[in-house]
Design a protein. Structure first.
Length: 248
């Protein structure tokens, strides 16, 4: 597949959206102090064993409840951070994408790295035994994906961002802590802006930024999916084996 390198139509609103994306990422970086400072007393002392992530029957399981959801989010953020790291470091990044596209993709890269590192720090500070209960650094394989192809990169980014939004929306009902739910709401708003920006890069000046495939025309709400629907999709890129037996 040939790279589309020459002329890409630029949506005039993308400069403003890009500034909004940058501010969103900075705001979230500050929010990282909230959860990292929570103590173990914020959680029930009589948690079921399944609520804690860790190795079960020889395989790491994400757990359930708030810790399970946070670990689930950490896994997804590892994937997105790894993907955008590879995108911005591809050999033809500067020639494959125009200036606005490079700025947007670089902002998304910084955001996802912040998200990933935030969840790692938050879980390390909140889990009773992080050395055994923190999800390890995952390994990924993108198959035949050509990171020097604008079309393939943006299509994959669109799939990952749409999946990420649906994942946070679906996980919200599983969160018991009001603090954690507030955090998830902040992050999903950023992920939705990511999805919108990518869709605008693919199809400028169109309604695709909030297409009918992701937002219900009857309710006006975004798609929400349970972990059991999300993980098989994300799992296509994740080579590290883990289970999610206690998440719906």
């Amino acid at each position: 597949m040939k790279n589309e390198v020459k002329i890409h139509e630029v949506d005039p609103s993308l400069n403003n959206r890009r500034s909004f994306l940058k501010l969103s990422g900075l705001a979230l970086a500050g929010a990282g102090l909230v959860i990292a400072g929570c103590s173990d007393n914020d959680h029930d002392n009589d948690m079921e064993d399944t609520s804690l992530p860790g190795v079960k029957n020889g395989v790491f399981d994400l757990g359930s409840g708030d810790f399970g959801v946070l670990t689930y989010a950490y896994a997804l953020e590892q994937l997105e951070a790894d993907f955008y790291t590879k995108v911005v470091n591809s050999t033809s990044f500067n020639t494959t994408f125009n200036d606005i596209e490079r700025q947007v993709l670089t902002d998304l890269y910084h955001h996802e790295v912040i998200h990933r590192d935030f969840f790692k720090a938050a879980l390390s500070g909140a889990l009773p035994n992080p050395s055994a209960q923190l999800l390890p650094t995952l390994a990924f394989n993108y198959g035949s994906l050509n990171f020097n192809s604008r079309t393939e990169v943006l299509a994959t980014a669109k799939a990952l961002e749409d999946t990420g939004v649906a994942a946070y929306n679906g996980a919200g009902k599983l969160i018991k802590s009001a603090d954690y739910l507030l955090l998830a709401g902040k992050i999903v708003s950023v992920e939705a802006r990511h999805a919108s920006a990518i869709r605008s890069l693919i199809n400028p000046n169109s309604k695709d930024f909030a297409g009918d495939d992701i937002i219900s025309t009857s309710t006006g709400l975004d798609v929400a999916k349970d972990p059991s629907k999300i993980l098989p999709i994300a799992g296509g890129f994740i080579t590290t084996k883990f289970t999610a037996k206690y998440l719906p």
